[in-house]
Design a binder for this molecule. Sequence first.
Ligand SMILES: Nc1ncnc2c1ncn2[C@@H]1O[C@H](COP(=O)(O)OP(=O)(O)OP(=O)(O)O)[C@@H](O)[C@H]1O
Ligand SMILES: [Mg+2]
Length: 380
Amino acid sequence: YLEVGVAFSGQVPAEYIRKQTLTGAERYLTPELKEREAIVLNAQQQVVAREAELLKQLCERVAAAAQPVLGSAQAAGEADALQSLAATARELGWTRPAVSEGARTEIVAGRHPLVEAALPEGVFVPNDLVLDPDAEQVVILTGPNMAGKSTYLRQAALITLLAQAGSFVPARAASIGLCDRIFTRVGAHDDLARGMSTFMVEMTETANILNHATRTSLVVFDEVGRGTSTYDGMSIAQAVVEYIHESPRLGCRTLFATHYHELTALAGRLPRVRNQRVEVLEEGETVRFLHRVVPGGADRSYGIHVAALAGLPPAVIARARAVLGELERQRPLEPAAQQLGLPLQVPADPLLTELEELQLDRLSPLEALQKLYELKSRLP
Ligand SMILES: Nc1ncnc2c1ncn2[C@@H]1O[C@H](COP(=O)(O)OP(=O)(O)OP(=O)(O)O)[C@@H](O)[C@H]1O
Ligand SMILES: [Mg+2]
């Protein structure tokens, strides 16, 4: 518009069209201005339309070439992943594992890549591991809080996974028997949205492992049974270890970290169970963590020591020590075998027993057929 002060309104040409009146001025349009306005407004619309059209054309061209584009993305992704593994292996001094069809796992000076990276150089303590369904099938790992049990468990699973994925591994040497699956039961979380408490989640995951693992699986249990009362938890933990050891379907390589030191008694009764512990050095009132995994079982968790390190008020720590002393005096925990004495054998299926005992040579073909019908009708 053109704005003209009131003083000059007498001189406004006749073709000006008044658009707006203000105090002290009038605004006018002219046919030419209107034309220009239309051009500017239209131009904006045209820009948007053209942009949309170009974008649509581009999309169509890309869509037409979707297969090659996706193929390239896949190839680039694969190359990126492989080069990341290669670069990491080189930078961090990983080694090429021997991967075999056997079920034996042997790791020499294994490390947890992430825990190691989070610590100053040279602080991480590497550890060995042997797991073998025929000899060292189940490792029961005990040791104080903060000693490195979870780290050791996870590094075993990680090294196995990396080896099977074709990567080098964080260890001085490793020979990995192929696993059909790696099962883990670690951490503590609830799943309230699905109506599961922390302990329910723990048990559901444990059930899944016991129902689906096979002899060639790797199973990692981090403190199974801790989510409930001591005796319930310990009983479940012991029964789980016994089941994995005894069940013909399982017998798989298993790492089991626990604070139930009573479970170390199992190694005396079950031939393929080994005890290992993470070493600590007791220096008067304090405890030094060595993070070294050695044969044998631990008998203390030094939980109160770790609670003090974490900053619990001194009064709480002192009281906890007093309560602990009292409890230990009243009721020293006994070895698991006497305490619980759960049956070691998995009860045999009655149908299987009957089938086994059937004397086939003594049956006529008709009797055999009838027996077969009968057995079948009794299947669950
Ligand atoms: N091999 C190792 N060398 C050096 N430091 C380690 C090693 N393993 C663990 N640590 C350190 O100890 C910390 C605690 O380790 P981790 O969580 O494995 O202990 P934990 O025994 O599982 O304890 P908790 O019984 O409380 O679960 C780690 O965060 C890490 O800083
Ligand atoms: Mg732990």
